[in-house]
Design a protein around this ligand. Structure first.
Ligand SMILES: Nc1ncnc2c1ncn2[C@@H]1O[C@H](COP(=O)(O)OP(=O)(O)OP(=O)(O)O)[C@@H](O)[C@H]1O
Ligand SMILES: [Mg+2]
Length: 224
């Protein structure tokens, strides 16, 4: 099992200190080679769930394992190490660094784990070529369209071949053709490389290609 989560709970604090309960005990397992789609209405907690699993935010309760390691209770530095080595996260809002070119944004992942620069650069440009953004390699994020930024963010997330890929609406800004390229890539990551892929999406064609489709409903994950 690449990912296992048990009893994840999260309540935010809203204006005036009012509690905003979002997750009420989420259980989840994703195996290597499995593509799991997660749907749910806007505000149902899909991004919150990915943030907990991606170790960007601590759950109020519950446990998370990546591979054999219980990562939910590690310290910040150790969690950073796990994120860099094992998790690729495609953010809903891209989160590209404004001062770096598209290529350098993609290469950030490699720099972080100290990978050989020439090797990483070759890989990065190959990926960017497949995603149709290689011709924008030297552009800054502000000089890219939303869909181009999204594809660059995808390249950054998968460059290090993480065992777990978390993709939050990775086709949200894309036309059908480019959406299909990303879905094909995610599918191939799971099928050919044994990656565990968790995909938040509203696209029915994306869910149709998933091995399992789950839905966030009232703070819990249910089969869809
Ligand atoms: N930092 C925060 N403080 C307070 N409330 C928050 C915070 N982050 C998220 N929320 C609330 O948690 C709920 C779930 O948010 P989340 O972003 O996880 O939804 P989502 O399912 O990803 O929605 P969408 O499909 O629109 O992206 C929302 O109602 C939101 O207002
Ligand atoms: Mg969201």
């Amino acid at each position: 099992m690449v990912l296992k989560a048990r009893g994840l709970r999260k309540t935010f604090t809203g204006p005036g200190g009012t509690p905003v309960p979002v997750l009420h005990g989420v259980d989840l397992e994703v195996k290597g080679g499995e593509l799991v789609a997660v749907s749910g209405t806007s505000g149902s907690g899909k991004s919150t769930l990915l943030n907990l699993i991606g170790l960007l935010e601590p759950p109020d309760a519950g446990e998370i394992w990546i591979g054999d390691e219980r990562v939910s209770h590690l310290g910040r530095r150790a969690q950073c190490r796990v994120r860099g080595a094992s998790i690729g996260y495609v953010f809903q809002s891209f989160l590209l660094l404004a001062g770096l070119t598209a290529l350098d944004n993609v290469l950030l992942a490699a720099r972080y784990i100290g990978r050989d620069r020439d090797d990483a650069r070759r890989d990065a440009l190959g990926l960017m070529e497949r995603l149709g953004v290689a011709h924008r390699a030297e552009h800054l994020p502000a000089q890219l369209s939303g869909g181009e930024q999204q594809r660059v963010a995808y390249c950054r997330a998968v460059l290090n071949r993480p065992s777990l890929v978390l993709a939050d609406e990775p086709t949200g800004n894309l036309d059908d053709d480019h959406a299909r390229v990303i879905l094909d890539e995610l599918h191939a990551l799971a099928a050919d490389r044994g990656t565990a892929v968790m995909l938040v999406t509203h696209r029915t064609e994306a869910s149709a290609r998933a091995d399992r489709v789950l839905r966030l409903d009232q703070g819990r994950l249910v089969a869809s």
